[in-house]
Design a protein around this ligand. Structure first.
Ligand SMILES: [Zn+2]
Length: 176
């Protein structure tokens, strides 16, 4: 290897971390597919939801707990309908966007546009993108970039944080 080749290699090494940092930022962008927020946030203290949801749902929604994989009946739910936030009843997902990811958690290729917001979560050391209900702030799950094409997104949701309403039933009024 001549001197020029060595210099070129060094230059490449200097560039690499920049490239990988950029692609990581792109892969877990702050709003992957979530869209512009289209609902008015509800400024209800989290504590007040304690009376309205089960203790297990409260831990997921407002303490960012994760239910054990395979524990939700919604994994096997395949009827047409709407998935609402279990706390405030804001519709978050349509059944048409649900798919079997094999992870043990209800999974979707996309949320209802503007009804969830995302933030970076560093609890597992490597950053993950957490998402929550745009209205009440209830934690729902994490979004990953290994989902099916064309979007390539996997919205991995806790079943406890959702309420399913079949298509032939009326959606309940939003809770406030
Ligand atoms: Zn909500």
């Amino acid at each position: 290897m001549n001197r020029r080749a060595v210099l070129q290699s060094l230059a490449m090494l200097a560039v690499l971390p920049v490239i990988s940092a950029c692609s990581r930022t792109k892969a877990t962008g702050s709003q992957p597919g979530a869209g512009t927020i289209s609902v008015k946030p509800l400024n209800k203290p989290h504590e007040e939801w304690r009376e309205l949801v089960s203790p297990a749902a409260y831990r997921v929604l407002f303490e960012e707990d994760t239910e054990p994989p395979g524990s939700s009946a919604l994994n096997r739910e395949d009827r047409k309908g709407t998935y609402l936030c279990a706390a405030c009843y804001l519709p978050l997902f349509n059944s048409a966007d649900k798919y079997e990811s094999g992870t043990g958690w209800p999974s979707f290729t996309q949320p209802i546009t503007g009804h969830v917001t995302t933030k970076q979560d560093f609890r597992m050391i490597l950053p993950r993108t957490e998402y929550h209900c745009a209205r009440c702030g209830g934690h729902q799950g994490h979004v990953f970039t290994d989902g099916p094409l064309p979007r390539g997104e996997r919205w991995c949701n806790n079943g406890l944080a959702l309420r399913f309403v079949p298509k032939n039933q009326e959606l309940p009024a939003l809770r406030s």
